[in-house]
Design a protein around this ligand. Structure first.
Ligand SMILES: [Ca+2]
Ligand SMILES: [Ca+2]
Length: 125
């Protein structure tokens, strides 16, 4: 489910530029994510502010201004990323190359609600 986006689709979408047709909310900024980074955005479809661009293999924690804001993710590292909400014991797994366009569509098993605006920290496995 969460990691079901095929790599080919990610690469095809990666060439989109801001304002490209097919984007749902304002500026689509997948191109803001450099190769080798895990990128998190404030809105769906890489919209809004890019909250972080994190290199593997470091454990990480978002700044206080950026926690509980992430709505989309792209893992451009070669490592599997595990994203965490401090209030939930499970991780959201994002495989290398995978892009999660809307965390609100991913229910949390064992915790309330979905992953929208929940991410605080993470690690690479
Ligand atoms: Ca948000
Ligand atoms: Ca949280």
């Amino acid at each position: 489910m969460a990691d079901a986006y095929p790599k080919a689709a990610s690469q095809a979408a990666a060439v989109q530029h801001p304002g490209a047709p097919g984007t749902s909310i304002g500026v689509n900024a997948w191109s803001e994510c450099p190769e080798g980074r895990l990128c998190l955005w404030d809105n769906r479809e890489a919209g809004g502010l890019r909250l972080a661009a994190i290199a593997a293999p470091n454990d990480w924690r978002l700044t206080s201004a950026s926690v509980n804001r992430t709505n989309s993710v792209w893992n451009r590292t070669g490592a599997t990323a595990y994203l965490r909400d401090d209030s939930c014991p499970i991780y959201l797994r994002v495989d290398p190359g995978d892009r999660l366009t809307d965390l609100g569509s991913i229910d949390r098993i064992g915790c309330d609600g979905n992953w929208n605006n929940k991410i605080d920290s993470g690690l690479f496995g």
